[in-house]
Design a protein around this ligand. Structure first.
Ligand code: ADP
Length: 452
């Protein structure tokens, strides 16, 4: 029998006993029903009393005690007391856990802010107070974008794409740079993690300044050396005292040229890394610039490759000319250097359906394995160091392309198959593209094999 039915049976039995006693006591007086009623009334009142006591205890469990009781009330009271004891234990455990969590997050060097579904602050640790200048309780309940009022954070928060982090200066001290990351969790809640990255930024700036200064300092002595080597090279061509030194002089001149290219690339990269925002935007005649770069690439190819192109006239680009030139010339000279003679290099510049513009350089060269592709834009990463050096590579070309593209809000994409060829392409977003319907077509001779 189920406990529920058993309990009902017990209650019924008790009431039946009370009624039976009442009937028996009332029978000698000729009123058995009255006898039963007279016994039932105090029985019901007794139950009511227990109910009132239970209510009083439930309302203020600390002020009232549950009395000892027999039967069903006793059982109910015992169960309730047991439940209360368990609840107290659980509460104590939770309070302990919360205290531990708060003391451990308080000790964190990173700021942590718990945000509600609208971005309102519901809790923060000591580091968040120091990094963001948050105050308790004044700032609790205030939306975080109202306190971190920096355009990059406002845009990041409103866009709701929290896969990446953003950076903004501290509202307390503008010289401190913060990295801000949002982790969504639970029921539309978010955790904002704040990290002070000023030192890292300073170290990066110091490294960039060092590379830039060292490259700059190396430039002058190198120019002098190259000047003399040029003179000696010309001299060595004739039958004179330097005739016997011709081949070492040619080698020295080549190495000086290589060093010059390296120093120039290092300077270019340091400038691009230093400040993306420093690029001055102007309306670039992209088709003409690409046409000029194709001519430069033809010169490097020395007639060994066939050039094809498909360029949309009047498709203009908003950005810096030097940066755009770095992108297109690096991709084209790489195509020349990594494509065996007789190969084809296709350059295209076109507008896509969504209004963005696509620049692509495809070659029928040696190709790149899938493992190497993700690492190509790392500084000095080369698949084949010997081949890169032999063809005059500095190992910095694609790094420069990557950083220059970032200034254009774009990125490099690569499709390649070893032994078949590669396509390097990039998409310039709509806000950087303009179409000039009446613009003059780019003057690119569409011949098949390049001439130097
Ligand atoms: P490098 O000066 O060595 O060419 P880059 O940064 O321009 O340096 O390129 C990095 C590496 O990427 C190169 O060393 C080469 O291995 C590979 N690479 C670049 N472009 C191509 C291409 N079009 N085809 C095959 N490999 C390429």
């Amino acid at each position: 029998m189920s406990p529920y039915l058993k309990l009902l049976g017990q209650i019924f039995l008790r009431v039946a006993i009370v009624v039976a006693i009442g009937l028996i006591c009332g029978a000698p007086f000729g009123h058995p029903a009255l006898g039963a009623l007279l016994l039932l009334i105090p029985y019901v009142l007794l139950q009511m009393r227990q109910l009132v006591r239970l209510r009083a205890w439930l309302m203020a469990p600390k002020r009232y005690f549950l009395p000892d009781a027999h039967g069903i009330w006793g059982e109910v009271f015992d169960l309730l007391i047991d439940l209360q004891r368990k609840n107290r234990k659980r509460k104590k455990r939770l309070a302990l856990m919360l205290a531990e969590f708060q003391s451990s997050t308080a000790a964190l060097p990173d700021g942590a802010v718990v945000l509600g579904d609208r971005g309102e602050i519901s809790w923060f640790n000591t580091a968040a107070r120091q990094l963001l200048g948050l105050r308790a309780p004044q700032d609790l309940g205030i939306r975080i974008p109202n306190l971190i009022r920096h355009p990059s954070f406002t845009e990041f928060f409103e866009q709701g794409d929290f896969e990446h982090e953003t950076e903004a200066p501290s509202p307390l001290n503008r010289t401190r740079m913060l990295s801000l990351r949002i982790i969504p969790y639970g029921n539309d809640q978010k955790l904002l993690i704040v990290r002070d990255i000023s030192e890292r930024r300073q170290l990066e700036a110091a490294r960039r300044d060092f590379v830039s200064n060292a490259s700059h300092e190396l430039r002058t002595p190198l120019t002098v050396l190259r000047g003399y080597l040029d003179l000696m090279d010309a001299e060595a061509q004739q039958a004179g005292p330097l005739g016997a030194w011709q081949s070492p002089i040619v080698e020295m001149r080549n190495q000086a040229l290589r060093m010059e290219a390296l120093v120039n690339d290092m300077l270019k990269l340091a400038r691009l890394e230093a400040d993306r925002a420093a690029m001055t935007d102007e309306l670039l005649p992209a088709p003409a610039l690409i046409a000029r770069a194709i001519e430069e690439a033809r010169a490097v190819s020395k007639g060994q490759h066939r050039f094809e192109h498909d360029i949309s006239d009047g498709l203009l680009l908003l950005g810096g000319e030097a940066e755009f030139h770095s992108i297109i010339i690096n991709l084209m000279t790489n195509a020349v250097r990594y494509t065996p003679p007789g190969g084809v290099i296709r350059v295209s510049w076109s507008q896509l359906d969504d209004g963005s513009a696509r620049f692509a350089v495809a070659d029928t060269g040696i190709g790149i394995s899938a493992d190497d592709i993700p690492r190509l834009t790392e500084r000095f990463y080369r698949v084949d160091v010997g081949r890169s050096r032999a063809s005059g590579g500095t190992g910095l070309g694609l790094s420069i392309v990557k950083h220059a593209l970032e200034a254009f809000d774009s990125r490099l994409e690569i499709d390649s198959e070893p032994g078949v060829g590669s396509t390097f392409f990039c998409r310039f977003p709509v806000h950087r593209v303009q179409v000039a319907p009446g613009a003059a077509p780019a003057a690119i001779p569409n011949e098949t094999r390049s001439g130097a």
